[in-house]
Design a protein around this ligand. Structure first.
Ligand code: APR
Length: 233
């Protein structure tokens, strides 16, 4: 598979962290206190009920201390370290399991749990504790720090960098995502138009399976190490 590939773009979703013990969004455990993510992760929800929204992310941030990267994160980090060409891991996940496994060429397109963003001045700062509404931003003094998460209706991070990499990709791999949320769900089509080979690794067929050259079904902890061995041998 690897002979003619220079640039690899990898998209990951909640499925890659499922075997580490983090719930996916749209699976059976995908509800939180009876709320759908779509009802919590919006600017309107933040304005209407900041206590609820901040608590949702506080709980998820606290959970990070109880989980570890699994063999799928480890394999991608090994690929990142060893791949001689261009490589970009784009994750929709807000956990830090890719970087704890050692991945470096990584973009968190939907933000990060361990970051706080000032809604007044736009500065982001590392954040590992609970984040109550009204927390003051050290940079501008306004009580406007919020979770540094891209809510539904907000623009994901670094789309220009991602788009350029997709247009150069020789291989695009999507791992553990349901393909329900754009723009990530459209990356396969951008890569395809650019001539990339497209491969999906997922537990179940996703909304976008038809757009991929190949879909391999199974747990990420088995499929990803296998793919990485293939690419590096
Ligand atoms: N291995 C591989 N895939 C898995 C595994 C596993 N062990 N477990 C679950 N999956 C698959 C599911 O079959 C599903 O297709 O992972 C996918 C998870 O889908 P979602 O819960 O919809 O998560 P994701 O696609 O990452 O959601 C996208 O939606 O709520 C927003 O911003 C949030 O980034 C998130 C975005």
């Amino acid at each position: 598979m690897k002979a003619d590939i220079q640039t690899i773009v990898i998209l990951t979703g909640a499925g890659i962290s499922a075997e580490s013990g983090l719930a996916t969004f749209r699976g059976p455990d995908g509800m939180w206190e009876g709320h759908r993510v779509e009802d919590v992760c919006t600017p309107e929800a933040l304005a209407r009920n900041p206590v609820l929204v901040h608590r949702f992310y506080d709980e998820r941030r606290a959970t990070l201390a109880t989980v570890s990267p699994n063999p799928a994160h480890d394999a991608l980090a090994a690929l990142d370290a060893a791949w001689p060409g261009e490589l970009l891991i784009v994750t929709q996940n807000v956990d830090d399991l890719h970087e704890r496994a050692g991945a470096k060429r990584l973009i968190h397109m939907h933000g990060e749990l361990q970051s706080a963003l000032c809604a007044a001045c736009g500065k982001a700062v590392p954040w590992t504790q609970a984040l109550p509404p009204g927390t003051v931003c050290a940079a501008c003094g306004q009580p406007r720090l919020r979770p540094d998460i891209v809510f539904f209706g907000e623009m994901p991070y670094q789309m220009d960098v991602i788009d350029e990499a997709l247009r150069r990709a020789g291989l695009f791999v999507s791992i553990g995502t349901s393909g329900a949320v754009y723009p990530a769900a459209g990356f396969v089509q951008t890569a395809r138009h650019a001539g990339a080979r497209t491969l999906e690794l997922n537990l179940d067929p996703s909304a976008g399976s038809d757009y991929f050259d190949e879909t391999r079904l199974g747990p990420a902890s088995l499929l990803v190490p296998h793919l990485v061995r293939d690419l590096l041998e």
